[in-house]
Write a protein of this length. Structure first.
Length: 290
């Protein structure tokens, strides 16, 4: 435990790494390891693929775990445009096929949910089971109500002036987001916060990060089309008790026919940092149940 509290999260050292060129004009950094059925882990904002460390370490025992950085984040390239989630789903497909996989499990958190939904809607026969954790889906109710919540101020904080405001102050900006949505003020811990803030402080990192939000209006339009055909694969909708809670399942039942609900007690939004053991156990149970 001591090491975990003193060091930032990091994927298992045995994982291989490579950069895969997406036909959608991005270079996606991915790490993978383990043996068995493939599971793709899609991270969210204010984090990168290392946020999946606790889940990856567990699942690699009997799964091949594939963990990409989204375009614009971590070690993936930071293109000027195309941060809509439909395009990023195509990035994910390029990663899966380049590594030689086809049908996979998909687990996602935060804006990763939005990419995972676009992926499952675009390639429904390529997703065995889907786990989404603690975030809305643009255009899917109660989206309009969520947009009225002052807590999501960061959805509309972007552009050149916002970039100038946070330059050199990335940690302050992210602290506001981490603190607003955590159930435990000590999580994410200091080492984790410094690590993630540094990844976004790279040249172009905040521009690319903000672009995830700029794309929400396009995402909402795309999702209204996707929603005409409901997902049929089993879906686990996980909410932190002090964050989305049962609302995650409410959202998913608008777009999927087979939804199981789970609420992680005591947790806010940052499930991998706040309640890793409970969250990993929930996900494993769902992936293992056939």
């Amino acid at each position: 435990m001591l090491r975990g509290s003193a060091a930032p999260p990091s994927l298992p050292a045995s994982f291989q790494a490579k950069t895969i060129h997406s036909p959608e004009a991005a270079d996606i950094f991915v790490r993978w390891g383990g043996t068995g059925p493939a599971v793709v882990l899609i991270h969210g904002y204010a984090e990168n693929s290392d946020s999946w460390a606790p889940l990856a370490a567990d699942l690699m025992q009997d799964h091949t775990v594939v963990v990409p950085d989204l375009r614009g984040i971590g070690k993936s390239s930071k293109p000027e445009s195309r941060y809509d989630k439909k395009t990023q789903a195509q990035d994910m497909r390029a990663v899966v096929t380049a590594l030689g996989y086809d049908k996979t499990f998909v687990v996602a958190h935060d804006i990763g949910n939005m990419v995972a939904y676009a992926y499952a809607a675009t390639y429904p026969d390529k997703v065995e089971r889907l786990v989404v954790m603690d975030a809305p889906i643009p255009g899917i109710e109660p989206w309009k109500e969520i947009l009225l919540n002052p807590g999501v101020w960061h959805f509309n904080f972007h552009g050149p002036d916002a970039e100038r405001l946070v330059a050199g102050r990335e940690r302050i900006y992210f602290d506001r987001i981490w603190n607003d949505f955590t159930g435990d003020p000590s999580k994410p811990d200091e080492a984790t916060r410094n690590f993630f803030a540094a990844t976004y402080a790279q040249p172009g990192g905040m521009r690319a990060g903000f672009a995830q939000f700029t794309a929400f209006s396009q995402d909402a339009k795309d999702n209204e089309v996707f929603a005409r055909v409901k997902l049929t694969m089993p879906v686990l909708a996980v909410g932190g008790e002090k964050s989305f809670g049962p609302l995650q399942a409410v959202i998913m039942r608008n777009i999927a026919t087979n939804v199981q609900e789970a609420v992680v007690g005591g947790s806010g939004h940052w499930l991998m940092e706040e309640r890793p053991a409970e969250t990993v156990a929930l996900i494993r149970k769902f992936l293992d149940s056939q």
